[in-house]
Design a binder for this molecule. Structure first.
Ligand code: BEZ
Length: 219
């Protein structure tokens, strides 16, 4: 069978639980291969519709301001838009000059829309030549763990992006789930029993117990 080139490959929307489709692309920090960048750490990848636009500038600046926080969570950032590398460089330099904020994480120049298509970032009803505001969370095994999509005219919520990342990491580390509006320090949910033996064990379990299927405990 003939080898399928990156451009010929059929695109399907990746879903939570899928292996993150790999790519090798030009960014503001040079060439980047996702599978290398994602080795041993989380990756948060986010698209924006266009450089030199207002909402995008606020969001990308917010990611730049939180870069150290993400690093402290063993997480690397990647931005993306369907703009050239020259546009990205000019925009990054302009924002730095005007605000002092330096977007010094890789921003993909996705002019051929390869990554935007690969990750389902093009929603033609919203825009056919600009990526919507997507956020993909990849775990250190390269599995997509959470996906967010926002339309062109609404900026994302940085607190929610950070909260979701901490919740994913906390759930993984402790084998628990996180209830509505969970924040670091709050009680977590004990996974509901899957066997009669586990069910019986819930009888003597410590914590806030609504019933056997909803038990909250401190970490
Ligand atoms: C913005 O970032 O402000 C924006 C970009 C594309 C379409 C609409 C708004």
């Amino acid at each position: 069978m003939e080898e399928v080139t990156q451009k010929e490959q059929a695109y399907t929307m990746p879903r939570i639980g899928d292996k993150a489709p790999d790519f090798e692309v030009m960014t503001t920090q040079g060439m980047l291969k996702l599978s290398d960048y994602n080795k041993g750490n989380w990756v948060v990848m986010f698209s924006h519709p266009a450089d030199f636009t207002p909402v995008c500038t606020t969001e990308m600046s917010a990611f730049a301001e939180e870069k150290e926080w993400f690093e402290s969570q063993n997480t690397k950032l990647i931005g993306l838009s369907i703009d050239s590398i020259h546009s990205h460089i000019a925009w990054v330099a302009n924002v730095k000059e005007r605000t002092g904020i330096y977007m010094d994480f890789p921003i993909i120049a996705d002019l051929d829309m390869h990554v935007a298509k690969l990750y389902g970032m093009l929603h033609p009803g919203e825009a056919s030549t600009a990526a919507v505001r997507a956020v993909f969370f990849m775990d250190p095994e390269g599995i997509i763990r959470l996906i967010m999509y926002y339309p062109l005219n609404i900026g994302r919520n940085m607190d929610e992006i950070k909260r979701a990342l901490v919740a994913l990491q906390t759930a993984d580390t402790n084998g628990v789930a996180c209830p509505v509006n969970w924040r670091k320090g709050d009680k977590v949910i004990v996974p509901p029993p899957k066997t009669l033996k586990d069910y019986e064990a819930t009888e003597n379990m410590e914590g806030d117990k609504t019933d056997f299927y909803l038990i909250k405990r401190d970490l």
